[in-house]
Each structure stands twice: as structure tokens, then as C-alpha cells.
Design a protein around this ligand. Structure first.
Ligand code: HH2
Length: 293
């Protein structure tokens, strides 16, 4: 089934569900990502995986060459480029219609990826990691996802503490948005992400999901990334490959609370769950064949 003929709210118009939500499918070109490390290191495998996620309903493909799992070692710039560029080029050459996102904190990787066809920079440091990255995003007039992280991937899970996790992250994202705008990035290009699992305990993650509406009030689309993460394993007792249902639950809940972009590994089940949720909570659902009785 192609992405164009999926059933969506609005009677079959794919634009309708993209207006309600956008799924960002994860394409990790890494040996060490926490749930799929090593599966798509070969560019051909990563490209095929990205196209499959697009066919399943991903509106965005997030291509990453450096793992951010707790304790992950940094990757050299050349190696990161070697991993991601052939994949972005291959997706473009294959006629991929999904927006291509580059998951990086390095300005040179972002610049080369944007030149190759990416139009979104997903920076888990929210433009704090590389002083030149904001200018690269601004220059390309690209979209930009600003994510909250406490510390670095090496240190973030060492006893994270907040007085009020939601108001502190809201203030952080507001400040990062001002920084981005001051560096020439248009406000309407910015996406905001609380960074589930990045320097947060299980309770912090749940509190963020519960009070997501406070982040939505910042006025930019909120991105949520719960996919297969360890807090879901702590609650369900399941290993990474058994966390799809838990991932679906958190994404449905986040949608209902106002999130609009969903970064996931398992696109098909999340897409089905969100079209049903969107049909229920947003648009009146009418099927193309429905009759009025
Ligand atoms: N989570 C991960 C990586 N990048 N970007 C955003 N905006 N939001 C997230 O929640 C997020 C992210 C971690 O997931 P994954 O890419 O599967 O793992 P790894 O970092 O180990 O490659």
C-alpha cells in the first residue's frame, strides 16, 4: 500500500492526516543505537528501511549517524558524514517524498546533509553543541527541532534533578527558541521537543507527558520521542523489541495533549493509532462510502 492510498481522516486525503500529525520515522545509521544499532549500517539497508517507513506513513525520516543513548561515545565528524550522506543521497535518488531530517549536533554534518536534500535539522543539543550550527540552519532556511537534554549523553542519566521538570523545560525551550530566532532562524521553522529520556527519571518522563499542554502553549509544534525507551521497559518489564504497545500508548496520549510530531521506530502501528485518535478527537470522521441515515 502506498502512502497516498492510506485511509486517513478527511476521506482519503493524505494531506489531512499530515495536518493533524506527522510521524518522524527513525533511520539510525549507527552500530550502537539503543534499540536498532547495527541493523542499518549498510547504506542500502538504511535506504530501504527509510522507504519502508515512508510507505508505512512516515512524513519525516530522521537520519542519524551518532547514537545519543546514555553513555554513548562521540563520533568523529568524518565518520558521521560517511554514515549519513550516502543514505540521504540514496533516499533523494529513490524519489523519497518524506521530509528528510538530519539528526546531528555538528554544523558541518548539518550543512552537508542540507545540501544533499535534508530540510530539517534535529539537534538534540538545541543549538548548544556547535556554535556554527544555528547559522547553517538559518542560511538554508531549514526547519529545526530544538530538544531539551540535561548534560550530555555521557552524563545525563547520573541522578537528574529538577525542582519542577515541566516548567524548567518549558523555560529552557523558550530561551532556545529566542536564541534560534536571534540567529536568523524563522520562528515558524522551529519545532520543540522535551527530550524524553534525556536526563530524566521515569517520573520526570511521565510528568512531562501528563503536562505536555504547558509546552504546547509555547506555540510551536511539539515533537515527542518515547519510542522503545527504557522508561517504558521499567513500567512494562519488557525488552526494547517488546515495547511497541507501550510506545503507541504514549504517542496517543501525547497527541491528545497536543503533540503533533511523533519520532518512532515502529511507524505502521503508531500511524494506525494516530489516525484513529485524530479522527476521534479532531476531525469529524466520514468515510468516502458513508451514507446519511
Ligand atoms: N531520541 C533519540 C534520538 N534523537 N531526537 C529528538 N528530537 N527527540 C528524541 O526523543 C530523540 C532524538 C534516541 O533514540 P534513538 O535514535 O533510537 O537512539 P540512539 O540515540 O541510541 O541512536
Amino acid at each position: 500500500m502506498s502512502s497516498a492510498d492510506r485511509a486517513v481522516p478527511g476521506g482519503g486525503d493524505p494531506a489531512a492526516d499530515h495536518a493533524a500529525f506527522r510521524i518522524m520515522g527513525v533511520v539510525n545509521v549507527t552500530p550502537d543505537s539503543f534499540s536498532d544499532g547495527g541493523l542499518y549500517l549498510d547504506p542500502a539497508a538504511a535506504i530501504a528501511h527509510g522507504l519502508e517507513l515512508e510507505a508505512e506513513g512516515a512524513a519525516i525520516l530522521d537520519v542519524g549517524g551518532e547514537s545519543t543513548r546514555p553513555g554513548a561515545a562521540p563520533v568523529a565528524e568524518d565518520e558521521e558524514l560517511r554514515r549519513v550522506l550516502p543514505v540521504i543521497e540514496g533516499l533523494v535518488a529513490a524519489g523519497c517524498r518524506a521530509q528528510i531530517s538530519i539528526d546531528t549536533s555538528k554544523s558541518r554534518v548539518a550543512a552537508r546533509a542540507l545540501k544533499a536534500g535534508a530540510t530539517l535539522v534535529n539537534d538534540v543539543t538545541a543549538l548548544r553543541g556547535d556554535p556554527d550550527i544555528a547559522a547553517v540552519v538559518a542560511e538554508a532556511n531549514a526547519d529545526c527541532c530544538l530538544m531539551h537534554m540535561l548534560g550530555t549523553p555521557r552524563t545525563m542519566q547520573l541522578d537528574p534533578h529538577y525542582d519542577d521538570v515541566v516548567s524548567e523545560i518549558t523555560a529552557f525551550l523558550e530561551e532556545r527558541m529566542s536564541y534560534a530566532i536571534a540567529h536568523g532562524i524563522a520562528a515558524d521553522r522551529i519545532l520543540l521537543d522535551p527530550g524524553i529520556g534525556f536526563g530524566k527519571t521515569l517520573e520526570h518522563n511521565l510528568e512531562l507527558l501528563r503536562r505536555l499542554g504547558e509546552l504546547v502553549e509555547l506555540g510551536r509544534p511539539v515533537v515527542i520521542g518515547t519510542s522503545r525507551k527504557s522508561f517504558l521497559g521499567k513500567i512494562t518489564g519488557r525488552e526494547v523489541d517488546g515495547r511497541v504497545a507501550a510506545t503507541v500508548a504514549t504517542n496517543v496520549l501525547a497527541f491528545e495533549r497536543g503533540a503533533r510530531v511523533f519520532r518512532v521506530h515502529d511507524v505502521a502501528p503508531v500511524h494506525d493509532a494516530l489516525i484513529v485518535t485524530a479522527a476521534t478527537v479532531i476531525a469529524p470522521w466520514t468515510t468516502p462510502t458513508s451514507t446519511t441515515k
